[in-house]
Design a binder for this molecule. Structure first.
Ligand SMILES: NC(=O)c1ccc[n+]([C@@H]2O[C@H](COP(=O)([O-])OP(=O)(O)OC[C@H]3O[C@@H](n4cnc5c(N)ncnc54)[C@H](O)[C@@H]3O)[C@@H](O)[C@H]2O)c1
Length: 314
């Protein structure tokens, strides 16, 4: 008997089908009277493992470099340029077929063409649910079951709390936070059905601290960091890892208007390059097989702390 688990959108076995095996009754919901599996039992059964001597250890199902990536597809939103383009190139190198999903048609097509036959461009707006279904269907029919989702698409707007337009504030949240949520919402069942996968959400140091003048962006990136942790908790049992990456200032079209002095106060006083972020994302996807809900920071030390106004010998 299967019961829908509305919160996660998955179908889980009814607890009563399983518990007679050990002669115990599961905990009961005090309100509905329904039997509920324990957290441990839930995780174990979702991975489908049973053992003769008590609960077996769950099989590690997250995609790792040990599994290889041939036959799996990846989607990189915002992959037409900047960080996303560098990430797409890196994922092609590890053997994934990559769909570059972006609203910038010309740049997206040009980026995909540079990467050869293991990359294609699809016009995709991350705020549109139908567009998510279409891009995932394309990825799977071209390159195989979805294995990796990189939520990179993002926008930055300058506006103070007192001056920002409400419509612009909502739009930034829509693209930077609702978009990744929608992507995970639609993609997670595909990753689960394929035996697991990895989701990387590109947040920012603006998801770790505040910045004056970009409150909407900061709110969206803190939100994405928190959403990453909720998703990691919900999806780990399905073999899906979900992590956030937090770059400091990186040379891309988004930051073209920022002066180099932006990075002057950092221990490493320079902007980062998109390829440095891509290397971190590749590490999260291929090597960090025991990490989920984790934050990976690359910021030249910007969030390390504050330098006190006292002379320090070093
Ligand atoms: N550049 C930095 O310093 C920096 C630092 C920290 C975090 N980030 C984050 O990294 C990500 C990439 O930034 P970037 O610097 O490469 O910016 P970018 O502007 O160069 O690239 C962003 C891409 O997202 C696409 N995009 C925007 N709205 C979209 C939508 N609705 N649907 C699909 N695609 C959409 C754009 O067309 C663009 O190609 C963003 O989420 C950004 O917030 C950037």
């Amino acid at each position: 008997m299967a019961a829908p688990d509305g919160a996660a959108g998955f179908h889980v076995l009814d607890a009563r089908d399983q518990w007679p095996l050990c002669g115990l009754l599961p905990p009961q919901d005090p309100v509905t009277g329904d039997f509920r599996p324990s957290r441990r039992d839930f995780a174990t059964r979702k991975l489908g493992s049973t053992g003769p001597h008590g609960p077996a250890r769950p099989e590690p199902k997250a995609v790792s470099i040990m599994d290889g990536f041939s036959g799996r597809s990846a989607i990189v939103t915002g992959g037409a340029r900047g960080i996303g383009a560098a990430v797409a190139a890196e994922l092609v190198k590890v053997g994934l077929g990559v769909v570059i999903a972006d609203i910038r048609v010309e740049e997206g097509a040009a980026t995909a063409a540079l990467l050869g036959e293991r990359a294609v461009f699809r016009c995709h707006d991350v705020t549109d649910e139908a567009s998510w279904h279409a891009v995932i269907a394309d990825a799977e029919s071209l390159f195989g079951p979805l294995g990796v989702l990189i939520n990179d698409a993002g926008i930055l707007d300058f506006g103070a709390v007192t001056t920002e337009s409400p419509d612009v504030f909502r739009h930034v949240i829509d693209v930077n936070l609702f978009g990744p949520w929608l992507g995970m919402h639609v993609a997670a069942p595909h990753l689960r059905d394929a035996g697991g996968g990895v989701i990387v959400n590109i947040s920012s140091t603006a998801g770790l601290m505040g910045y004056a003048g970009i409150g909407a962006y900061v709110a969206s990136k803190w939100g994405l960091r928190g959403l990453t942790k909720s998703a990691a908790l919900e999806l780990g049992g399905a073999g899906i890892r979900v992590c956030s990456v937090h770059p400091g200032p990186i040379h891309t079209p988004m930051t073209a208007g920022l002066g180099e002095e932006t990075a002057a106060g950092q221990p490493l006083p320079r902007f980062g390059e998109p390829e440095e972020v891509a290397a971190m994302v590749r590490f999260v996807v291929t090597e960090a097989t025991f990490s989920t809900g984790s934050e990976f920071v690359l910021d030249g030390g910007a969030t390390a702390g504050q330098v006190l106004a006292v002379p320090i010998e070093s």
